[in-house]
Write a protein that binds this ligand. Sequence first.
Ligand code: ATP
Length: 136
Amino acid sequence: TQRTLVLVKPDGVQRGLTGQILARIEAKGYTLAELKRVTATREVLEQHYAEHQGKPFFEPLVEFMMSGPVVAAVVEGDRVIEGFRSLAGATEPTTAAPGTIRGDLGRDWGEKVQKNLVHGSDSPESAEREIGIWFG
Ligand code: ATP
């Protein structure tokens, strides 16, 4: 089995989509092994998004991610890293495929940061690193 770190970002929580998003994860057959609602600190986000430091969207991204609570989850299942990224859809919600979380529930809001509802780890190494950041 494998695990991944999923975040329902502040736009998802604020729009009341947490339940729908978690239901899609469970309906696919994955297990919610850990779950919590938390307002992230700048320190946590600078670690989480370390690879994006210096990019033009870094500061707007950190500000957005601190703008309200997120729901963090450790999700388990065989090939869950790929499986969740497939469920989530492409980064840009306007063009993410229908049938995906971002494609069905997201869109562009004319802002500097892509408000795209969810995050999912992109490799086993990132998953373990990110689970450490969010769940200690
Ligand atoms: P995530 O890592 O959140 O699952 P991702 O892997 O598709 O999504 P990354 O490239 O890791 O996206 O970027 C992290 C986040 O930064 C994106 O989810 C999005 O919110 C934001 N972002 C990425 N690229 C841009 C961009 N060019 N302009 C604005 N915001 C962006």
